[in-house]
Write a protein that binds this ligand. Sequence first.
Ligand SMILES: C[S@@+](CC[C@H](N)C(=O)[O-])C[C@H]1O[C@@H](n2cnc3c(N)ncnc32)[C@H](O)[C@@H]1O
Length: 295
Amino acid sequence: MSDTVRPATTERARREDIGDRKRALAQLFDRSAPTYERVGVEHFADLGRRLVAYAELTGGQRVLDVGCGTGAVLVPAARAVGERGEAIGVDISAGMVARAREELTRHGLHHARALVGDAETVALEDAPVGPGSFDAVLAGISLFFFPRPRTAVARYHRLLKPGGRIAVSWWGRPDPRWDRVFAASAPYGRGPSSHALPDDSPFRSIETFHAVLSTAGFTDVETTEEDCVTRFANREQWWSWVWSTAGRQFWETVPEESRAAAEAAVNAELAGLESPDGGLYSTSKVRFTLARRER
Ligand SMILES: C[S@@+](CC[C@H](N)C(=O)[O-])C[C@H]1O[C@@H](n2cnc3c(N)ncnc32)[C@H](O)[C@@H]1O
């Protein structure tokens, strides 16, 4: 848990560790940014639209999108609140924010901004993010990356206006058919898959995440679980996609001399998953959680 009292040296070491993890994540997503959602696989854009639909935004609202990435949530959110509203995206990766800004410009969404910053603390110089200043806080496939999600959620509760809503998308179980693909790669590299969570993560079950939201003061907490079907045209596209996401973290640890063997082991498993047209399908569970700050 994040908010217990600790000796000063332990607390300092913990803060340094959290700082290191955040820097590593920012660099990881900086490396993904050039190809993220650009390899011909529609994945995050679809999830982003679904999250915004759940949030039921209306014209004129003020919205904060935490971990905005390249704008999968921010762009439809900015459209939903319209020019009388405002949408602010925050992301720790400068590379992702540069891409989000391009998207906002391309779509003419001048009432939306993307800012580089730590969305866990939301200490932004360029945007007024005072208490009670947002109608909605959105977090699309991002909150479980934050080292202190409990602290973040408590902060978002304070940032919301009375009656304001938080909407979070996050992963349920990955497609079990793909377990053998990840098992085949495991001996060659280090570290977790992008679906792995720390033992104390609130995202280990719907109940634990709901408890965190309730503790932070949210009411009307509900989660809907849906399928997330992703189609890859062929193996090559799947490989490009992995390197365009946080999934590259594992592959970066595979030593150069083992890369060919690791790829061959994975390709052998992918061959068994191919449909007759050569395509690959993954059906994971995605969760959409909504909660409200009391009026
Ligand atoms: C999987 S991406 C999702 C991006 C976007 N919301 C989407 O739906 O495509 C996760 C994002 O969270 C960002 N992120 C991770 N930790 C963060 C933090 N502490 N503050 C802000 N952004 C963070 C990453 O840089 C990355 O862009």
